[in-house]
Design a protein around this ligand. Structure first.
Ligand SMILES: NC(=O)c1ccc[n+]([C@@H]2O[C@H](COP(=O)([O-])OP(=O)(O)OC[C@H]3O[C@@H](n4cnc5c(N)ncnc54)[C@H](OP(=O)(O)O)[C@@H]3O)[C@@H](O)[C@H]2O)c1
Length: 228
């Protein structure tokens, strides 16, 4: 049994990750911004603890740390993310700079805050691993000039996590970046390619295969290597 901390666990890919880990008998620390309205999450059977967390706010991350104390954590999944400003407000011709900053705050700094804050818990974990859910949109070789803020935030989190993988190796913590696929969620929309169930199942398999020999790599949910 592993103890798994998941951010943004109330819906989409995060909810499916929480469901599938709990069904497998793992202990899930399911973090979300509004536990009061996380109806589907709270209805999950198994060892699921719903916890309040906004990854964009240092005080919220610190409050979660105070609640969890020194408890070992085996797996941290940085799943929470936002798409950023409306598509026409993050283009080459029009940019919502405040919205871009918030996108960086959630998608790039959020995972960094989580790893920094819970590194000591992970160091006490068994076979400790971090999975950060990024996106194909952050790959530098994708020449598709849309969603500037979102793409930049994911490219940046790729770099930050790649560096962290080197640092975390000192504590025997392995880390991988994962593109979850184009997923039918509120973010991916109804015409996306795969379901959240499929995405989560693939992510869980990739995490189970994550170790010191492959730390710092970027994969797709189905285990294929992703271009940087
Ligand atoms: N869906 C896709 O096709 C796709 C493709 C590539 C990458 N991704 C990535 O996959 C991850 C999951 O996305 P999804 O498709 O499941 O999206 P989603 O259904 O929109 O869910 C996003 C989750 O992130 C949470 N969140 C947003 N801001 C947060 C914050 N400041 N603190 C804590 N939680 C926050 C949301 O909580 P609230 O309900 O409170 O807003 C929600 O639980 C994201 O990192 C996304 O960028 C998705």
């Amino acid at each position: 049994m592993s103890r798994v901390l998941i951010t943004g666990a109330n819906k989409g890919v995060g909810l499916q990750l929480a469901k599938q880990y709990s069904e497998a008998g793992d202990e899930v620390l399911a973090a979300c911004r509004s536990p009061a309205s996380a109806t589907a999450l709270k209805a999950l059977p198994g060892k699921v603890t719903v916890l309040e967390l906004d990854v964009s706010k240092a005080e919220s991350v610190a409050a979660l740390k105070a609640k969890l104390g020194d408890a070992p954590i085996d797996i941290l999944i940085n799943n929470a993310g936002i798409a950023g400003p409306a598509p026409n407000k993050q283009s080459s011709t029009d940019m919502d700079y405040e919205g871009w900053m918030e996108t960086f705050n959630v998608n790039t700094m959020g995972p960094m805050r989580m790893v920094q804050t819970f590194r000591s818990n992970l160091a006490k974990g068994t076979n400790a691993r971090v999975a950060t859910i990024t996106s194909q949109m952050g790959a530098l070789d994708l020449n598709w000039p849309v969603f500037y803020a979102y793409c930049a935030s994911k490219a940046a989190v790729n770099k930050v996590m790649r560096m962290l993988s080197v640092d975390l190796a000192k504590d025997n913590i392995a880390l991988r970046l994962l593109h979850p696929g184009h997923v039918k969620t509120d973010m991916g929309g109804p015409n996306a390619e795969i379901t959240a169930e499929e995405s989560a199942a693939g992510i869980i398999k990739v995490i189970s295969e994550t170790n010191a020999s492959n730390t710092g790599t970027f994969l797709k949910w189905n285990g294929q290597t992703h271009n940087w």
